[in-house]
Every structure is written in structure tokens, then in C-alpha cells.
Design a protein around this ligand. Structure first.
Ligand code: C2E
Ligand code: CA
Ligand code: CA
Ligand code: CA
Length: 279
């Protein structure tokens, strides 16, 4: 048994070594990707359950890798967070959102909300508010159409600083959505003093509908509590008509998911909007 341990230790070490090397290579490639314009945003519509129109879109990043093809965020966002590269990438994503807000208005959809994801790591940047302010000031867009999505845990590292950022940014007109709601530890009541106008129910609850009675109760509770706190509710990961019907019955405000559309390039989104939102 002792000899086996020795062998597996050496093997383990080699694995660690390889993965550290991989990590460094990935970070170098990613740094280059940002410069070379290999990062790209896809857009997934959020459909209003009363009007059937697209009220907003979520920006979702992809990496158009020269040899590996389209790389999904779960395969590179963690490395971007570890290395801190998510900070410049995050600002680039907000710049893109401002650009898309202008294009949406030009295409005849002036009220479309464009949402972007904020990483916990971006709250380590002491110049966050200042930098975002500079971006939206230069872009000269209607800031009430820009929405930032963050998770409860994103604010945990330094809650006072995070709260100050949220307050300052909301004074500029920017709105906030609580992402992946239901998976964290805090309750909505803890968050009611924050400028959060929308709650996104995590897709794990939506996808468990019909399998467990628990998810029905949880979704119902989230919707009624959010509404009593004047927050809107978006359900993520809606794939079936059954899920949609349940959410409509519960007065969920908007849904996002493959049932309506997958994330898509901007030009496809404009076509989708023309079909869906009557002008
Ligand atoms: P998220 O913010 O929870 O985004 C929703 C994810 O659910 C997206 O995955 C989306 O494609 C997927 N999704 C939407 N509808 C459905 C559905 O009906 N069924 C299923 N199975 N999945 C659905 P994606 O694009 O792979 O993004 C994964 C995560 O990467 C995001 O989760 C977000 O946390 C992160 N991410 C994406 N873009 C950015 C970004 O620009 N910045 C940061 N910091 N994180 C990002
Ligand atoms: Ca999100
Ligand atoms: Ca989410
Ligand atoms: Ca997620």
C-alpha cells in the first residue's frame, strides 16, 4: 500500500504541474484574445409573459478561438477571474452593451434593455464606479436601459464597498438584477435595502419543475416575495411549454430560455426582434 501511495503522489504532482502550465498558457491566450478581438458577445432574449415581446437581452460572452472554435464562458471565465483579466474584459463587455443600446435604438427598438454579467472579481477593482461612469458618459446612452447582473456571492468579499458601488451606479440610472437566485444563502429580505429591481430565478429550479414539488414551492415563494418588494422576476432556463405555463400561472414577469431562443449573434437577434416585437 505504501508503494502505491508513492506512485500516485508522483502522478498527482505531474498532473498539478501540467495543469499549472495549462493555466498559464490559457491566461496568456486570453490576454491576447482580448487584444486580437477574438471575444464575442451573444444575446439571449427575455420575453415578457404578458405582452409576448422581448423586453431585454442578456449579453453572454464567447471566445472565438482560432483553432479550438467557439469556447464557452465556463471554460475560460474562471481563468479570467483568477488572473484578474475579467476586469478589463468586464469593461469591454459594458462598452459593447452601450454600443448595442445605440444600435437597438437605430434598428427601431429604443426601449430594449441590455444586461451584462458582473463577476465578483470586478468588485475587487477600486475604480469600478469611476470606470463604468466614464464608459457610459463617453457612449452617451440612456443608462436606464443598462442592467448589471450579479450574484449574491459577488458582494460578499467586501459588502460595504459593493453596496457603495451599487448605490453610486444606480444613481446614474443603471439597474441591477440578482442572478442565479435561490442558490445562495441570503434571503431576499436581506437584500431589500440594495437597489435591485429584478430577480433571476436559477435555471436549476425551473428544470426541476415536475420532478420535485419542492421547486414549485420555491419558485412560488420567490415570485411572491420579490413582488412584495417591488422587484420583477425573470425565470431562466425555460425549455418547455409546461414550465412556461406554470410560470405564467405564478405571474412570473419574464422568461429566458431555449423555449424561445438560444443566445445568438447580434444580427440574428435583430431579425428575431423584428419578428417578435411589432413596430
Ligand atoms: P448565467 O449568467 O447564469 O447565464 C445563463 C446561462 O444559461 C447561459 O450559459 C445560457 O446560455 C444558459 N441558458 C439559457 N437558457 C437556457 C436553457 O433553456 N437551458 C439551458 N440548459 N441553459 C440555458 P452560458 O452562455 O454558457 O454562460 C454561462 C455563465 O458564464 C453565465 O451564467 C455567466 O455566469 C458567465 N458569463 C457569461 N458571459 C459573461 C460575461 O460577459 N462576464 C462574466 N463575468 N460572466 C459571464
Ligand atoms: Ca446572468
Ligand atoms: Ca443566471
Ligand atoms: Ca450561472
Amino acid at each position: 500500500a505504501k508503494r502505491d501511495t508513492g506512485t500516485s503522489y508522483r502522478f498527482y504532482n505531474r498532473q498539478l504541474h501540467i495543469s499549472a502550465g495549462h493555466q498559464l498558457q490559457l491566461e496568456a491566450d486570453l490576454r491576447n484574445a482580448l487584444r486580437a478581438g477574438e471575444l464575442e458577445l451573444y444575446y439571449q432574449p427575455r420575453v415578457d409573459l404578458i405582452t409576448g415581446e422581448v423586453r431585454g437581452v442578456e449579453s453572454l460572452i464567447r471566445w472565438n478561438h482560432p483553432t479550438r472554435g467557439l469556447v464557452m464562458p465556463d471554460d475560460f471565465i474562471p481563468a479570467a477571474e483568477r488572473s484578474g483579466l475579467i476586469v478589463p474584459i468586464g469593461y469591454w463587455v459594458i462598452e459593447q452593451a452601450c454600443e448595442r443600446l445605440r444600435q437597438a435604438a437605430d434598428a427601431g427598438f429604443p426601449g430594449l434593455v441590455v444586461a451584462v454579467n458582473l463577476s465578483f472579481r470586478q468588485f475587487h477593482d477600486r475604480k469600478m464606479t469611476e470606470t463604468i461612469f466614464r464608459i457610459i458618459f463617453n457612449a452617451n446612452v440612456d443608462t436606464s436601459l443598462l442592467e448589471l447582473e450579479l450574484t449574491e456571492s459577488a458582494m460578499m468579499h467586501d459588502p460595504d464597498y459593493a453596496q457603495r458601488c451599487l448605490r453610486e451606479l444606480s444613481q446614474l440610472g443603471i439597474s441591477f438584477a440578482l442572478d442565479d437566485f435561490g442558490t445562495g444563502y441570503s434571503s431576499l429580505t436581506n437584500l431589500q435595502h440594495l437597489p435591485i429591481s429584478l430577480v433571476k430565478i436559477d435555471k436549476s429550479f425551473v428544470q426541476a419543475l415536475g420532478e420535485s414539488g419542492d421547486s414549485e414551492h420555491i419558485i412560488r415563494a420567490i415570485i411572491s416575495l420579490a413582488h412584495s418588494l417591488q422587484m420583477s422576476v425573470v425565470a431562466e432556463g425555460v425549455e418547455t411549454e409546461g414550465q412556461l405555463d406554470f410560470l405564467r400561472d405564478q405571474h412570473c414577469d419574464e422568461v429566458q430560455g431555449y423555449y424561445y431562443a438560444r443566445p445568438m449573434p447580434w444580427d440574428d437577434l435583430v431579425t428575431f426582434l423584428h419578428d417578435r416585437n411589432r413596430l
